[in-house]
Design a protein. Structure first.
Length: 143
């Protein structure tokens, strides 16, 4: 997350899932965007093999861990330059900007504290590949 902008930061969470951020701040400063979801537009057959529990193609990458699983992202991709043209396993491509009135924002999913009160989660309104909001549920230790 402290690396150069445009590079992928991959981390392992809950002891079972990979997630990825795209670093977007100056090198040495931890700033990034969690890639929360996506639409598989090429290679859906391979993504279906990786995500056997998906009920349909819209669910293949519906959520940050599902996205990483569908794209076969793991820690070996940490630090990959995703924005410079060339042969890389992860690549961000320029697309058509979404009009601002089609972008929604709200609190981050499943977190408490600052993330629960600030609208730090952004998505394309009514996009079927976006995972739903889930409030943070504190874990309880068995007594």
């Amino acid at each position: 997350m402290f690396g150069p902008p445009g590079h992928v930061y991959v981390y392992f969470t809950y002891g079972m899932w990979h997630c990825m951020n795209l670093v977007c701040g100056p090198e040495g400063t931890a700033r990034g965007v969690l890639l929360r979801a996506g639409e598989i537009v090429e290679g859906a057959e391979l993504a279906r093999k990786r995500r056997l529990s998906a009920r349909n193609d819209k669910e293949l990458a519906k959520g940050p861990a599902r996205l990483a699983t569908a794209l076969d992202v793991d820690r070996s991709l940490d630090g990959t330059d995703a924005c410079t043209p060339g042969e890389t396993p992860i690549r961000m491509l320029a697309g058509t900007p979404v009009p601002s009135h089609q972008v929604s924002s709200g609190p981050r999913t499943g977190v408490s504290g600052e993330g629960a009160v600030h609208p730090w989660r952004f998505w394309i309104t009514n996009d079927p590949t976006v995972s739903p909001y889930r409030a943070h549920t504190p874990r309880r230790r068995p007594s």
